[in-house]
Design a protein around this ligand. Structure first.
Ligand SMILES: [Zn+2]
Length: 179
């Protein structure tokens, strides 16, 4: 029998969807075909979404999302990083940087300044189950921290000052009323 396994574009959940607050489940078997399929679909979704540098499983319409993040911050889509069970082990420095999110109305220019460590070291398994240990800085470091937050049910809005958060929430309310 001919069996074709099509890749699929997954729905990106939008704030304030409560599923964004789900804590992702650690992956115990990276060889599980279901996990491979989710990774393929996540990359497909990442590459088909304009200006998308990273996605975490908790942002997608998945039941019991696994602790998986996909990142490609290159403009050529040639630097795919699949991070399974990522853990930050070292942090250094701190600075403010403007962040936005695919789950927070990316087409409506919503963003906010978030203070995070500049440099991190993190561990993760890659798609083949190989243990990676990576020292990251700059935009890549930001991406990894933003995505690990997602796996813990945290959105960058949670890091904003209460005044800024109120302003953003107001803006989002207006967007939702127009939808
Ligand atoms: Zn995000």
């Amino acid at each position: 029998m001919l069996y074709l396994n099509y890749m699929a574009i997954l729905e990106i959940l939008q704030y304030p969807d409560l599923r964004l607050r789900t804590k992702a489940t650690p992956v115990t078997d990276v060889k599980d075909p279901q996990i491979k399929k989710i990774i393929d679909d996540m990359f497909e979704t990442l590459y088909k979404t304009p200006n998308c540098a990273g996605l975490s499983a908790t942002q997608l319409n998945l039941q019991n999302p696994p602790r998986i993040t996909v990142i490609d911050e290159s403009s050529t889509n040639k630097q795919p990083f699949c991070l399974i069970n990522p853990v930050i082990t070292v942090t250094e420095g701190k600075s403010n940087y403007v962040e936005a999110c695919m789950s927070v109305y990316p087409d409506y220019n919503i963003s906010g300044k978030v203070a995070r460590p500049d440099r991190i070291t993190f561990t993760a398994l890659d798609r083949d189950g190989t243990l990676l240990e990576i020292a990251a800085e700059g935009f890549f470091s930001r991406c990894v921290q933003h995505e690990i937050d997602h796996l813990n049910g945290i959105i960058y809005l949670d890091h904003l000052s209460s005044l800024k958060r109120k302003m953003v929430d107001k803006k989002i309310k207006k967007i939702l009323l127009k939808m």
